[in-house]
Design a protein around this ligand. Structure first.
Ligand code: PYC
Length: 325
């Protein structure tokens, strides 16, 4: 069987594995349609690439596909230990650094098409990558949940390329020593959101049709530990792992909330510290004709960690990864 060539990196601590060759040929005109085909027909491939024994639960995969627009650099589908992601900013930073490592791009700006829209990524002279993300917005404010084993929790629902429930006032300590506890509480909040039928809702601007989405990321915020940051977060990802980086789509959701509350002005920086002490800097710009959204730009670094061929032995009982029920 053909090996799958991958290049690994981490963006501020959060790993990305870009599939460079050996990926499936997907059906569909758009990246969104290709992502649906990937979900429907290639779940084995997803697990093979990111799950144990070749990967691990924190790993995010990136499959490069034909873009929607031929002038874009590439299309990209992000996936993790349980499925596909709508979008991923740390992954986009990882893809940019990987493309540069491969000699495919130089310093400069490139459009990448994702299932939820195009993003503009800039690889700077300093090696940092800035990602102008998809339009982001807050959908619900002050949602109160009764969470089993935790008590009442108040938070906001926001879209930043993925759906987030953002909690400020929780009384938890955001420390690496408490990660298991934080994870358990965040998972319980996810269950409470599902039990309460609280969803993210996308409304088609032309047809008015609404689609409902699981809120599969939970974020806790607190005062920063580092003096050069504005806030610290803990982010639960859909597959139960926590984000080692400050989570770029999560920071986009946070910026949408800060903008809606009048706590951060157009173009002002917000430095977000992650649970492990790494940083992303976020800014937003307003869109005159769409006051309900902001356009966030997230800046951070990524570093190459490996260049590998994944071998698929037909006799390997875990050829397609370890399936957990
Ligand atoms: O950086 O957007 C992000 C992200 C999403 C899930 C993990 N990282």
């Amino acid at each position: 069987m053909e090996p799958i060539r991958v290049i690994d990196s981490h963006s501020e601590g959060e790993p990305t594995r870009v599939v460079v060759s050996g990926g499936p040929t997907l059906r569909g005109e758009s990246v969104a349609e290709k992502a649906a085909d990937f979900r429907n027909r290639f779940d084995d491939f997803r697990r093979t690439v990111v799950c144990e024994p070749r990967g691990h639960d924190a790993l995010v995969g990136a499959l490069l596909v034909e873009p929607d627009d031929p002038s874009s650099e590439t299309g990209v589908i992000f996936f993790n230990n349980v499925g596909t992601l709508h979008m991923c900013v740390h992954g986009t930073i990882g893809v940019m650094v990987t493309l540069a490592h491969m000699g495919r791009i130089a310093r400069g700006s490139y459009t990448l098409d994702t299932p939820v829209g195009s993003v503009l990524a800039h690889l700077g002279e300093n090696g940092l990558v800035s990602v102008e993300n998809v339009p982001s917005f807050r959908q619900q404010t002050d949602v109160v949940l009764e969470v089993e084993g935790v008590g009442p929790v108040r938070g906001d629902v926001a879209w930043g390329g993925n759906w987030f429930f953002l909690v400020e006032d929780h009384g938890f300590e955001l420390a690496t020593t408490d990660i298991e506890l934080l994870r358990e509480r965040a998972v319980r909040i996810r269950w409470a959101l599902e039990a309460g039928a609280i969803h993210g809702v996308h409304r088609d601007s032309e047809t008015g049709e609404e689609t409902y989405h699981v809120i599969d990321h939970v974020e806790f915020f607190d005062a920063p530990t580092r003096s050069d940051c504005d806030s610290k977060n803990f982010v639960l990802c859909p597959g139960g792992e926590y984000d080692r980086s400050p989570c770029g789509t999560g920071l986009s959701a946070k910026l949408a909330c800060l903008a809606a509350d009048g706590q951060l002005g157009n173009g002002q920086p917000w430095v977000q510290e992650s649970i492990i002490g790494s940083r992303f800097t976020g800014r937003y710009r307003e869109v005159e004709e769409r006051p309900e959204v902001i356009i966030p730009t997230i800046t951070g670094g990524a570093w190459i960690t490996g260049n590998n061929e994944l071998h698929l032995d037909p006799d390997d009982p875990f050829i397609n990864g370890i399936v957990r029920s």
